[in-house]
Design a protein around this ligand. Structure first.
Ligand code: GLC
Length: 477
């Protein structure tokens, strides 16, 4: 089949999107925990960074050096920007020194503030898609942070007294706002540091985060207790925020204990809703010990996990698949990544996992998982539509924008990835019509892939993965 025939076929597959959106309105409840924060978003040009380096007399050798992915000096922040700019990749590094936070605040500033953190972004996305009750955990919720939640009555969190209230109206006056810098850059821009010049191959972002509460996976007691009550029966619990943990936390306690604590609290929440589906958004977890523990311990408890290509490679690195990780690193395509997914599946036995990469989403699940392959495909198609609306308009703040990309064809890039993947699936499992249906199954696994709509000049990309994972899952009803 030619690409244009395939596009017609996929346009037809995508026709279910409006119906899937309506069905999200039948979902009664969902918890999104744990991380919500303020994102200070700024678009930078290479020239701005060059000026910043010059006017602050920063040490270019330090910026060009290869060191750990963490920020303790001003130069490290620029080193992170350069690293992502050069590779056209997204990474998040943690700021270890508060002085660097003040420096960024003064020197870099921001264009706009928006809701951030996987927990916050998922909550907004689910609420605007119509889920009846979305309960969002906030480590902190002063007015300036809470008002970044959408002004919707179905989006709730706990106030100072522990009562559920519309999240955007909450004002926990003793809390401090938690701010992350989202530094975005454009494809084709150039940046010169010392005698190195690079051209950015793909629009992307670097995140510099200073967030003492979420760094230790602080869990608000009021919220947790409220979620334990009988009247809270969510069908889905979407977890995130573990990625900021480190082996040893600033207060001397350890990250692994925080993961264990969260597990025991979630088990309490689930007493009244044992059937709820538990999903973990893996996110970019720099600390390898924490990453390994998440894969080995938390993943045992969850039904579903979500990751992007980088996060998948990171997982491979800690499950003894360094060689395959390197192969995926060298050639980051759907075929190699799928081989990686099979390894993660074998290792973790997690019943469902989803990869979202540029142009293609891939779900691998156990045969007869409670969401059928077709439901998955329908959910993933709606996710692609919503993601395109977010990329094209900059925000999905109201329901009327969600179908903005309706009628758009899927991208050539996505079809090419799907083509490569279907060859690999054929090599491993035999003949199939994966290319036009996006569905393959045998006696043990089910595989679903959806080529996505891509927007040429995205207004914003932050939070894309969180939106894709949550809509794919919850719209698969
Ligand atoms: C990370 C960042 C947060 C951002 C989110 C987007 O959680 O810390 O600032 O909003 O990723 O996925």
């Amino acid at each position: 089949m030619s690409n244009s025939e395939l596009k017609t076929k996929w346009l037809k597959n995508y026709c279910t999107a409006p119906d899937q959106l309506d069905r999200m309105g039948e979902v009664k409840g969902l918890i999104s925990a744990f991380n919500a924060n303020v994102d200070a978003v700024i678009k930078v040009r290479g020239k701005d960074i060059e000026k910043l380096v010059e006017s602050n007399g920063l040490d270019t050798n330090l910026i060009l050096s290869e060191k750990e992915k963490a920020i303790s000096k001003n130069e490290d922040a620029i080193r992170g920007i350069l690293h992502c700019f050069k590779g056209g990749i997204a990474e998040e590094w943690l700021i270890e020194e508060v002085d660097v936070f003040y420096w960024l605040n003064k020197q870099v500033g921001y264009d706009k503030l928006q809701m951030g953190g996987q927990g916050g972004i998922v909550a907004n996305a689910m609420a605007v898609c119509g889920v009846q009750n979305v309960y969002v955990h906030c480590a902190s919720a002063p007015k300036e942070q809470a008002q970044l939640f959408l002004d919707l009555p179905n989006l709730l969190t706990t106030d100072e007294k522990g009562e559920l209230q519309q999240a955007s109206l909450v004002d926990r006056t003793n809390d401090n706002a938690l701010i992350h810098w989202i530094i975005e850059f454009e494809k084709g821009d150039s940046l010169t540091i010392g005698n190195e010049t690079c051209i950015c191959p793909k629009a992307n972002r670097f995140i510099a985060t200073y967030d003492p509460l979420n760094f230790k996976l602080y869990i608000d007691d009021n919220f947790s207790k409220r979620m334990m009550k009988e009247d809270i029966n969510p069908q889905y619990i979407i977890l995130s925020g573990y990625q900021m943990l480190s082996e040893t936390l600033a207060d001397g306690t350890n990250g692994v204990e925080r993961i264990d604590l969260s597990k025991s609290l979630i088990a309490e929440w689930r007493k009244s809703c044992a059937d709820s589906l538990l999903h973990l958004e893996v996110a970019s977890t720099q600390d390898k010990l924490v990453r390994k523990y998440l894969i080995e311990s938390l993943v045992q408890d969850v039904d579903s996990i979500g990751f992007n290509e980088r996060e998948l490679i990171d997982i491979l690195e800690v499950i003894g698949e360094e060689e395959l990780a390197e192969e995926c690193n060298q050639e980051t395509n759907a075929s190699n990544l799928f081989k990686g997914m099979l390894k993660v599946y074998e290792y973790t036995k997690c019943t469902r996992m989803q990869l979202h990469m540029y142009g293609l989403y891939v779900t691998l699940q156990q045969k007869d998982f409670k969401i059928s392959p077709l439901q998955n495909r329908n959910g993933m198609q709606l996710a692609s539509m919503v993601a395109a609306a977010k990329a094209g308009t900059g925000a999905i703040n109201s329901k009327d924008v969600l179908m903005w990309a309706k009628g758009n064809e899927v991208s050539d890039r996505g079809l090419n990835e799907l083509y490569g993947l279907s060859n690999t699936v054929r090599d491993i499992f035999g003949e199939n019509d994966f290319l036009s249906t996006g569905i393959f199954s045998n006696e043990v696994i089910e595989l679903i892939a959806v080529p996505t709509i891509l927007i040429e000049k995205p207004v914003s990309l932050v939070g894309m993965g969180d939106t894709i994972s949550s809509v794919s899952l919850v719209a698969a009803v």
